[in-house]
Ligand binder design. Sequence first.
Ligand SMILES: *Cc1c(COP(=O)(O)O)cnc(C)c1O
Length: 379
Amino acid sequence: MPGWEVVGAEEAAMVQQVFDSGGVLMAHGFDSRRTRFFVREFEKACAETFRSSFCQAVSSGSAATRIALQSVGVGPGDEVITQAFNFISTVEAIREIGAVPVIVNCDRDLHIDLGEVRSSISPRTRAVVAVHMLGVPGPLTELNSLCREYGLLLIEDACEAVGAEYQGHSVGTLSGVGIFSFDHGKMVSTGEGGLVLTDSADVARLAKSLHDHGHAYDPGVSRNLDSQLAPGFNFRMSELQAAVGIAQLRKLPAMLEQNRARAQALMSGVAGGLRTRSYSSDARPTDDTVMLVDLVPSVQQAVIATLARFGLGTKNVPDALRWHFAGHWDKLLDTNQRGSLAATENFLGSSVAIPILLSKPVDFYGEVGSAIASAALRS
Ligand SMILES: *Cc1c(COP(=O)(O)O)cnc(C)c1O
């Protein structure tokens, strides 16, 4: 899957450059002591790579979610609709800002269920957070028109889909605001890190301020004399993380290509006997995961056992559902907010997500695919 597999000499060399350009400083200030600003360089590189007008680097994807929600104007008491197959940070972020999470099911392809979004809209609904889980873009055209119809804000959680595209555009740029994660498990890794993407100058200005103690970034004014725009906090990305990110970003196109070759080999090995998640023909996933769905329990077990024979685990489904399925989050959601999530639970319970690792050759995945196909036939 992800960036951690290819972290190497290039990342180390970029980190060395931080030491060689004035020392280990923060993203802003110390102008006279330094020759470079790595967070700013990383943000610029992200804006170019993902063709987004504004990119705000932050300390994590979780922080990015919180900042994105606040930057588009979600506040205390607002209801925010999001999906049951998710990562726990979405609900944490909604709660952090005093908003109210409303969880809806996913459909059989593990995208947010559009019918349930529609039927969950109340007079207090302000926003929808749609999550492109495991690298596969959700139904963005339909989501955008639904949100437009009801005057809702759409936020794309593209943390797991860095590098995926929809209608030729990077995910994260197809709604009011998008978020990326650069944690250790994602396509581009800075160890920990995140990004807020937007084409709106107003959203960008607020996101910049909120992530840095409310600084207004008055032009031509030193940091100490800067005015305050909003109540903020410290969610800054460090220069060291940004340096790693600059090197990682250069590797993204090659990683995507290598993922695709492996995912295709796996699927041709499986040879159509089992169903994978479907998605819009306009979507181009990251292919760092292949997800088999609609498996009866004996086949699901046979697939997991076959993966184990090849030294592969599963990727979150089913091994880490505790953190990826809202039905488990009783510390964050009351029974009412969790609603009836049996549909999602059933879909997840009959799926297996297979990690694509770049350290394994293409042929390896062809063999895994054929072995899965014959194991499924026998069980
Ligand atoms: C990884 C992830 C996040 C945020 O992750 P951080 O570890 O805080 O960077 C948010 N949403 C989803 C769907 C994720 O997978």
